[in-house]
Design a protein around this ligand. Sequence first.
Ligand code: GLU
Length: 473
Amino acid sequence: MSAQQPYSFFHSVERSFDKAAKFTKWDLGILEQIKACNSVYQMRFPVKRDDGSIEVIEAYRVQHSQHKTPCKGGIRFSDEVNQDEVMALASLMTYKCAIVNVPFGGGKGGIKINPRKYSEYELEKITRRYTSELVKKNFIGPGIDVPAPDYGTGEREMSWIVDTYGSLKPGEIDSAGCVTGKPITQGGVRGRKEATGLGVFFGIREVCNMEDVMKKLGLGIGVEGKTVVVQGLGNVGYHSAKFFREGGAKVIALAEYEGAIMNPAGLNEEEVFQHRKKTGSILNFPGATNLAKNTDALELECDILIPAALENVINGDNAPRVKAKIIGEAANGPCTPEADEIFTQKGILCVPDMYLNAGGVTVSYFEWLKNLSHVRYGRMEKRFNENMNMQIISQMETLTGKKVSEAGKKSIVHGADEQELVHSGLEETMISATREIMDLWKSNPDIPDMRTAAYVSAINKVATSYAELGIFP
Ligand code: GLU
């Protein structure tokens, strides 16, 4: 791509796809079908602002693939939203779901607004209108296309969506499954909010536990003691920072759009979050040094860099100055293909978005299953398991003549609740995906980087299910 051409995120995804397709055995036609975005819905609708003026809102929903249904992917609110971006993000969702064996096709939505510039009432009207536009065109539903939170949206927006959908589809018994990332009271699942950040942590922890990989990077094994820089203190960045800190790593810098702060002794994300809430800025946090530009944080000396905000933040221009040994892509598309080439030359390991941030959609899958089954996880077996464990302990005590301590008893007897089951399902998913991609990479040393290995895995899975469906007439 020449310097004059504007950056195309979708083109970046296509380039990474093509780079990986060479390592697969699939027909060109199948590869073209996998790459293409099946449906692109661009809409415009009016909203009356609080001051009485009318504004025309531009919004999108893209369904990249229906090789598995429903389509799945978040909805973002950002004034950077455009068709190219939503298409790229929808494609990434297809590959992401395939890698972690979540049986969905990829989708994504976007509304071109800066949510900070709208009142809560205006945002509610926009979200509800967007949902009814999707209903009108059959672009939403538990078996069709299931949105979720993304950049600029959260539980609040999801509850407006589920409520609007439910009121337009009275009697649809599975209507709660039309969107995920809902509050618990509206059919959400415990553990969804922190899911992406926790998944990022599980994925990177698994990489850090691989002796050969760490040796190559000149790092010791494990997350403990490693220095981490996180860009973005939204839901994903906040929780990534939290789990790294709790896992024994040191979060030495945090960045937000107004700037970045650094403290080699370590930062506590909750304290920084509260400081930002109080003062309106991440800057001037007690004990930390301000960095002039938020992008300066990306160039700090550290073991692990976590870009957790938007796409295209590490590119051909700044990648040569990146000093991290591992990059964990918590955001979607933070590093461009040019950056990938530079990382390969510099020996930096970039752990790719399309599986590393799959924790969100994985737990969305658990939420959707909960909605379809109409029962909370753990409800059927929690008490049964506790009774069974209690019996095992008393048998043990009778046979040995010794008593198990009260604390020991409590932890052994305990039956898993919803959040524990969700976290454990997520941990299993992220560990298996990490190993699968690493094994695939090792089995073919010509594959240049982990992103390409992840794409190869995704392409193989999507192509196999197309082949199984036999849908090519
Ligand atoms: N927006 C998140 C992502 O990009 C979550 C999508 C979902 O849960 O469907 O993966």
